[in-house]
Design a protein around this ligand. Structure first.
Ligand SMILES: Nc1ncnc2c1ncn2[C@@H]1O[C@H](COP(=O)(O)OP(=O)(O)OP(=O)(O)O)[C@@H](O)[C@H]1O
Length: 259
C-alpha cells in the first residue's frame, strides 16, 4: 500500500449539466498501475465522473466544472491544457464498441496518423503491438484489411481497446466496457484488464459487482443524496469495500439490498 503513487488526484470535483448538478464534492486518488472500479446505483454520476477525467464530458454541451483534476502535476482544467494531448494520454473505451467504418488496421493506426507522420514499418509495428496487447492479434492478423464492422461485438470492443492503446496512454478509462458483451467476451476483456495493469492505470465504471471484485484493486462507491446529486460515499481497497464496508449505504449496496 505504501508504494502507491497517485496518477490522478481529484479534489472537490463537482459537475453540472447546464444548471443541474450531477456530482458534488468528489475527492479521490487514482493510483498508478492499479485498477480502480467506480460502482453505484444508476444515475449516481459514475459515467459523468469518469468522463471528467479526460474532459470528454465537455462534449455534452453547456457544462460546468468546479474543483480540480491533477494529472502529471497540472490541473487538467487549466486553460492552457492541450486537449488532444490530454485525451491521448488518458484514453477511453465506451459502453458500446464504436469501431470506425474502416479496416481493422486503420482503426488501430488512426490515432497515430493524426498525431504525427510515421513510416509504414513503424505503423505496422505499433498496430501489431497494440493488437497483441489487446489480445486480438491472433484472431485478426490474417484480415487486417477487412472492415472492423465485420468483427463480433467482443472483438470490436478489444479493437477499441487496441485503438486506445496504440497511442500509448498513461491511463485508460473504461465506461462499462462489457455491458454489451456475452460472458465469454466479457471474460476476455477482464483478462485483458488484468494484464494491462502492468503497463498503465485503469479506471472502470461497472454495474457488475462480481466484475469489480474480479478486476479491481480499489473501489469507489458512489450514490445520490436526497436531492439526487451524485457523491462518493466510500473509497478503499476492493477487498475492504466488499468485505468490510464502513458506511451502511455501501454495505446495503454491495450486499444487494438496494440499487
Ligand atoms: N448529457 C446529459 N445532459 C443532462 N443530464 C445528464 C446528461 N448525462 C447524464 N445526465 C444526468 O446526470 C446524472 C448522472 O448520470 P450518469 O450517466 O453519470 O450516471 P451513472 O451512474 O453513470 O448512471 P448509469 O449507471 O445508469 O449509467 C443523471 O441524473 C443523469 O440524468
Amino acid at each position: 500500500m505504501s508504494n502507491l503513487i497517485p496518477a490522478i488526484k481529484v479534489k472537490n470535483l463537482s459537475f453540472y449539466y447546464s444548471k443541474s448538478k450531477a456530482i458534488e464534492g468528489i475527492s479521490m486518488d487514482i493510483y498508478q498501475n492499479q485498477v480502480t472500479a467506480i460502482i453505484g446505483p444508476s444515475g449516481c454520476g459514475k459515467s459523468t465522473f469518469i468522463k471528467t477525467l479526460n474532459r470528454i464530458s465537455e462534449l455534452e454541451g453547456s457544462v460546468k466544472v468546479e474543483g480540480s483534476v491533477e494529472f502529471l502535476g497540472q490541473n487538467i482544467y487549466n486553460s492552457r491544457i492541450n486537449l488532444n494531448q490530454l485525451r491521448r494520454q488518458i484514453g477511453m473505451v465506451f459502453q458500446k464498441p464504436n469501431p470506425f467504418s474502416m479496416s481493422i488496421y486503420e482503426n488501430v493506426a488512426y490515432g497515430m496518423r493524426i498525431s504525427r507522420r510515421r513510416s509504414p514499418t513503424e505503423l505496422d509495428e505499433i498496430v501489431e503491438s497494440a493488437l497483441k496487447d489487446a489480445a486480438l492479434w491472433d484472431e485478426v492478423k490474417d484480415k487486417l484489411n477487412k472492415s472492423a464492422l465485420g468483427l463480433s461485438g467482443g472483438q470490436q470492443q478489444r479493437l477499441c481497446i487496441a485503438r486506445a492503446l496504440a497511442v500509448k496512454p498513461k491511463i485508460l478509462l473504461m465506461d462499462e466496457p462489457c455491458s454489451a458483451l456475452d460472458p465469454i467476451a466479457t471474460m476476455k476483456v477482464e483478462e485483458l484488464i488484468h494484464s494491462l495493469r502492468s503497463q498503465l492505470t485503469i479506471a472502470i465504471v461497472t454495474h457488475n459487482m462480481q466484475q469489480a471484485t474480479r478486476v479491481s484493486d480499489f473501489t469507489a462507491f458512489f450514490s445520490t443524496d436526497e436531492s439526487r446529486i451524485g457523491q462518493m460515499v466510500e473509497f478503499g481497497t476492493t477487498e475492504q469495500i466488499f468485505n468490510n464496508p464502513l458506511d451502511s449505504r455501501t454495505r446495503d449496496y454491495v450486499s444487494g439490498r438496494f440499487g
